[in-house]
Write a protein that binds this ligand. Structure first.
Ligand code: GDG
Length: 742
């Protein structure tokens, strides 16, 4: 999987460096931070060289904040052949507002579906921007051409775009370790924060999430926040194509699996076994956090003891809670509640010889952790919400004797891959109690077969596969961008078109209206042309060598109002009406419009069934606009509408009716005409030595398709097209048109 990858260095940008400094009397001690991201990337860095066959010096550079960074610290001390660090310094106050305030006071609870815990504060958002900028400054200082920049997690949403602005062709990936929530949650963020977060992420080439649900939620938020076109998981921003995709993070499977046979771990297991006698062990380890559902876990375990009294004295629950943020009131309160609940349960059920819960509020050493994973009979992993949850995967990897059963919350991202676990809803205490019982009673053969399937999966899609899959996809995205950019007009093409224009004597220019000369508005009547654009067209139209054709789906009255007294040909309703300058509207097409009544009835039904949509009636057609509706909901209605209309067309026996789909609009019209036919009619028996056409929409493709190969056809936006060239946006096209007249 990794042989395609080509980069010089991997530059990681994450909030924290993978270790912190603890002051000692004389000097300082360096301690590795715990956490999913650190485990993943450190494993990656230790195995980077041997895992890959690609070029470059393959070094990892990690930019992040170092806690308690000593004054005399030099990054050089940490440099070795494979690894280098770039500490980012944030003033304490800024860090409090940025990290404590915006990240953990707003994004963390909101994205874990605890909106009532979220604090919305402008100061915090400003600090978030400032902190991201400081990261950007540091990254800009260290990056070199050929680097792969990998930005991680919710603390650095704005960083990809900030880097992109400074280094437009940088290779940037972004990975989110926490859930991306549904738009209903995301939209609680004020408009401009939302916009900045989405655009910030879109600065990357590839944006990765743990599950398909998170990816879909993100794409929906992109559509609702920016209106950019998204086809499956490809987002067409005006300048670049960006991909969003699913990469469930893996673990260093071998490290965990083989650690179970390490002599220190075996010794640790032996030591723990003495305390257990022949009791069964239920084990959990979670950071102290409301998202981990710790109180609900205790409730489920208590109900298990109550419902299955035969298991009392025969089972022990070792609940390890890893200290975290306990200087914050909410966490401190939660810790007290956990401890008093444990006290109550132990008080109720304990005997002289047995305590149902062994509680530890501390971090475990790696050997202790692995020994407990291996030794326990049940892994009880029941978060209320979790991006992935690596503990669940590590638990499975450490079942060398295949005797453990994993109970896993359906709210953990890991549940998508570990579906042979006993999947439960953590809010359902009965389900949890029964799952504990079933796990303890499970037959060996069933345990084996469940574990084997899960182990095979996570051993294959491990942390390395995850990372290299991400790198590969980034390079694929870069390649797609390159293929598109070949057709994006650059300075050379622009001057080539301008000189072809200047050397020609008989020119015809077809210009679409909406999305080409004028940006889209909420309602069609609001999209009027502005003065400067009109001036560009007027100037072109005054040249006697030019025939300017405004070719649109708009009705004739609207077009006439926009281009009053101008020397232009107007084509309205996709070619149903044509009006040469100074003449009247004409149509050569006769259509039977009896179908309109039945179609109108259906379309009105869909207006009622799709909030925000509306109907526009023209002489020869009717359009259903859904620009102002929820995009996914509108898409669903669109599918249904297509079916309903197909049925009407079938029963009407009118082979002439056609469904035309444009930008957020579906139009029903006669198939006897389209923009292509109109253009051919205008060019008939005439000779043009310069043909130019610009449009932004599927309806303009009719035009691009029929024009001769020598024509300069241009599509606005990056979507696939028959046009020869692409331009990113309207201003780009206007500049091109302006540059034609010397
Ligand atoms: C995020 C997302 C996502 C834990 N306690 C001890 C200890 N650990 C190690 C585990 C595991 C890691 O920390 C925790 O993994 P999580 O998956 O729970 O990750 P988070 O740090 O909460 O962060 C999460 C993850 O990113 C990865 O994308 O899965 O959903 O919130 O590796 O082994 N290690 C040791 N002692 C402990 O007491 N040695």
């Amino acid at each position: 999987m990794d042989n395609k990858i080509q980069f010089e260095r991997l530059v990681i940008a994450a909030y924290r460096l993978p270790f912190k400094f603890t002051k000692l009397k004389n000097g300082y001690k360096v301690v590795q931070n715990s956490g999913g991201l650190v485990s993943a990337i450190l494993s990656l860095s230790q195995n980077f060289k041997k895992r890959s066959s690609y070029i470059g010096n393959n070094k990892i550079v990690w930019a992040g904040i170092a806690e308690n960074l000593p004054d005399n610290f030099t990054a050089k001390k940490f440099e070795n052949e494979f690894f280098e660090i770039a500490p980012v310094n944030l003033p304490q106050k800024l860090n409090e507002l940025f990290y404590g305030g915006f990240c953990n006071g707003l994004i963390w609870p909101l994205f874990h579906y605890f909106p009532s815990y979220s604090v919305f504060d402008n100061e915090n958002f400003k600090a978030y921007e400032e902190a991201n900028l400081k990261f950007c400054e540091e990254i800009i200082k260290i990056i070199k051409p050929g680097d792969f920049i990998w930005v991680h997690d919710y603390q650095l949403f704005l960083l990809p775009e900030m880097i992109r602005k400074k280094v437009p062709d940088a290779t940037i990936g972004f990975f989110l370790h926490i859930p991306f929530p549904s738009f209903e949650l995301f939209r609680l963020l004020p408009h401009h924060w939302r916009g900045k977060i989405i655009n910030g992420m879109l600065g990357a080439d590839l944006i990765g999430f743990h599950t398909q649900d998170y990816t879909q939620h993100f794409i929906k938020s992109v559509k609702r926040t920016t209106g950019f076109e998204c086809l499956q998981n490809v987002i067409y921003t005006p300048k670049r194509l960006v991909k969003a995709d699913t990469f469930p993070i893996g673990i260093d499977y071998e490290k965990f699996h083989s650690a179970c046979l390490d002599k220190h771990v075996l010794a640790e297991k032996q030591r723990l076994k003495i305390h257990l006698s022949d009791q069964k062990l239920v084990f959990s380890v979670d950071r102290l956090d409301y998202s981990k559902g710790l109180l609900l876990k205790l409730k489920g375990y208590e109900l298990f003891l109550e419902r299955f009294p035969g298991w009392q004295s025969k089972v022990v629950f070792n609940m390890v809670v890893v200290p975290s943020r306990d200087n914050i009131k909410r966490y401190e309160k939660m810790k007290n509640e956990i401890e008093s609940t444990i006290g109550r349960i132990n008080g109720k059920y304990s005997s002289l010889a047995w305590r149902p819960i062994i509680y530890q509020y501390k971090s475990l050493s790696f050997n202790e952790l692995v020994a407990l994973y291996d030794l326990s009979d049940v892994g009880l992993i029941t978060p209320l919400r979790d991006g992935m949850n690596l503990v669940a995967k590590e638990y499975v990897a450490c079942q060398v004797e295949n005797k453990g059963v994993l109970i896993l919350s359906e709210m953990a991202g890991a549940a998508a891959e570990l579906n042979e676990a006993l999947i439960i809803n953590p809010t359902d205490s009965t389900e949890m109690a029964e799952a504990i019982f079933n796990a303890l009673e499970m037959k060996t053969a069933e345990k084996h077969s469940r574990l084997e399937r899960m182990q095979n999966r996570i051993a294959t899609y491990n942390v390395f596969t995850w990372a290299f899959d991400f790198f590969n996809q980034t390079f694929n995205t870069k390649e797609q961008q390159r293929l598109i950019s070949v057709r994006v007009i650059d300075k050379n093409n622009s001057s080539q078109i301008a000189s072809a224009y200047q050397n020609a004597d008989h020119r015809i220019l077809f210009l679409d209206y909406d999305g080409t000369l004028v940006p889209f508005s909420k309602y069609p009547e609001l999209a009027t042309i502005d003065r400067s654009t009109l001036e560009i067209i007027r100037k072109l139209a005054e040249d006697p060598k030019n025939q300017i054709v405004i070719i649109s789906g708009r009705d004739k009255n609207f077009l006439e109002r926009q281009f009053k007294e101008m020397n232009v040909t107007l084509v309205a309703e996709h070619g149903y009406f044509i009006k040469s300058a100074g003449s009247n509207w004409e149509t050569t097409i006769t259509i039977d419009s009896q179908w309109k009544e039945a179609v109108m009835k259906i379309l009105i039904e869909y207006v009622n069934r799709c909030n925000g949509s509306f109907v526009e009636e023209k002489t020869g057609s009717i359009a259903w606009h859904y620009r102002n509706s929820d995009p996914d909901f509108a898409l669903l209605r669109l599918h249904e509408l297509r079916d309903d209309l197909a049925e009407i067309i079938r029963v009407s026996h009118n082979k002439d009716i056609e469904i035309l789909e444009g930008n957020n609009v579906l139009e029903v019209k006669s198939g006897k005409y389209d923009k292509g036919q109109a253009a051919l009619a205008l060019m008939k028996n005439k000779h043009f030595d310069f043909i130019f056409a610009a449009g932004d929409d599927k309806t303009d493709e009719f035009l691009f398709k029929v024009l001769p190969a020598s024509a300069y056809t241009i599509r606005i936006g990056l979507s696939s097209s028959f046009a020869k060239y692409k331009v990113p946006d309207i201003p780009f096209l206007l500049k091109l048109l302006k540059g034609m007249e010397p």
